[in-house]
Write a protein that binds this ligand. Structure first.
Ligand SMILES: Cc1ncc(COP(=O)(O)O)c(CNc2cccc(C(=O)O)c2)c1O
Length: 435
């Protein structure tokens, strides 16, 4: 058939894919069904996004109802009832003071929205010279130009050097091997690594820095867990110099860490939080930026008839996404998902660390239901072994993720111990087969 291979897949080895396509055609609960009829256990909750499982009945019903009632209505100068209700619910879950919610369509859009809010905030207060944005090495903040600029993963940046925002710098990342190797949860050592922000404050002068953005627990780069005390130190330095602190919680929020937010779990309150994924259980694309009330208030300037913040998306607060979000938050409450994650966390941790002595395992990192197993590259060529293990697991009926040579795990919030055991035994066999 003509154009059979028209699709260009994102973040994919496209040539290898089209030689051996992996096509999912159905999903229910914790399992995918492939186009050729195989059943696969999803060990990654979609892409960190579907903690409640696939085809969740409450979300399916809400989306079906909504699409037949109000499919879409204008979002500028007017909105819909579901967006108002979802914003109210998200604000009610958020850390103290973060009362305003700006909807987007993805994590990347949430990040770029948060960065623009930060710049606009300082400008509105007469601090327009605060234009520099600080990211962190190995950070992932999506693929729009702002997020790519503050991101700290070289392969995500190298092709785009010409358009990356020049006013960006990065603090060092928080992994120190072998000192921290095989830490279970937060490394006990490393709070002082946050002091690198003081180095950048001295280099650029604090008066030029608008905001710092970090993933509390970094995901894409291979699960980097903040050392004990690190986030508190970052918060204190930002307070001292007037930097806004942005937690990018696209992965962390809505249960992945056994709490509404990483901010809740760690007891550190940022000034803005970016989210997506679990907000709607991945069913309808949506993101949200949760903002401290006085940041919003500072932007509410000018004549009453005038737009205060020239930013937003056609689908900001889309009714279908908002209906999915309301159903997802309801399910988190009704199924006590966050407590279930906390109860599952030690079982997940033990299973993950049971791989410690398998071939080529050089580190294991975990927090909440985020897990990473770092492998030694094959013959020094990055990513080959990780991809081989992913393929072996896929062929054995288990879907995990490999970011380069780091295997990533994100089980469902209601995973059974048997499912976890199957995942880890499948990985164990794949590690031995690719030794
Ligand atoms: C912290 C963070 N910020 C922004 C984004 C971008 O979100 P969107 O993709 O919706 O624009 C993300 C997304 N993170 C993400 C997406 C897909 C795969 C993986 C992986 O770790 O394999 C991670 C993320 O993890």
């Amino acid at each position: 058939m003509e154009h059979e291979q028209a699709l260009w897949l994102p973040f994919t080895a496209n040539r290898a894919f089209w030689k051996q396509p992996r096509v999912i055609s159905g999903a229910r609960g914790h399992y995918y069904t492939t186009a050729d009829g195989r059943e696969l256990l999803d060990g990654f909750s979609g892409l960190w996004s579907c903690g409640l499982g696939h085809a969740h009945p409450g979300i399916v019903a809400a989306v079906q109802q909504q699409v037949a009632t109000l499919d879409f209505s204008m979002t500028f100068q007017a909105t819909n009832d579901k967006a108002i209700a979802l914003a109210r619910e998200v604000a009610s879950m958020a850390p103290p003071g973060l009362h305003k919610v700006f909807f987007t369509n993805s994590g990347s859009e949430s990040v770029d929205t948060a960065l623009k809010i930060a710049l606009a905030y300082h400008r509105a207060r007469g601090d327009g010279h605060r234009t520099r944005l600080i990211g962190r090495e190995r950070g992932y903040h999506g693929v729009n130009l702002g997020g790519t600029s503050v991101g700290g993963i070289a392969v995500n940046r190298k092709a785009f050097g010409a358009v990356l925002t020049p006013g960006v710098d990065h603090i060092r990342h928080t992994l120190s091997l072998p000192d921290m190797a095989f830490s279970r949860g937060q490394p006990s050592w490393g709070a002082h690594l946050a002091d690198d922000l003081e180095r950048l404050a001295a280099l650029h002068d604090p008066s030029t820095i608008a905001a710092v953005i970090v993933e509390p627990v970094a995901g894409s780069t291979g699960i980097l867990v903040p050392p004990v005390g690190y986030l508190e130190r970052l918060r204190a330095i930002c307070d001292q110099h007037g930097f806004l602190l942005i937690f990018d919680e696209v992965i962390n929020a809505f249960g992945r860490l056994g709490a509404p937010f990483a901010a809740t779990r760690f007891g550190v309150t940022p000034d803005l939080i970016t989210t997506a994924k679990g907000l709607t259980n991945g069913v309808v694309p949506m993101g949200a930026v949760i903002v401290r009330q006085d940041i919003y208030d500072a932007l509410m300037q000018g004549p009453e008839h005038a737009v205060e913040f020239f930013h937003g998306y056609t689908y900001s607060g889309h009714p279908l996404a908002a209906a999915a979000g309301l159903a997802a938050l309801r399910a988190y409450r009704e199924e006590d998902s966050f407590a279930r994650v906390r109860a599952l966390e030690p079982v997940f941790e033990d299973g993950l660390h049971s791989l410690r002595d398998e071939p080529n395992v050089v580190d294991i990192r975990n927090f909440g239901l985020m897990g990473g197993v770092e492998l030694a590259p094959r013959d020094g060529v990055l990513g080959v072994r990780g991809f081989e293990v992913f393929l072996k697991c896929f062929e054995a009926g288990v879907v995990i993720r490999n970011g380069g040579d780091i295997l990533q795990f994100a089980p469902f919030f209601d995973s059974t111990e048997d499912e976890l055991a199957r995942i880890f035994e499948t990985v164990r066999a794949a590690l031995r087969a690719t030794a």
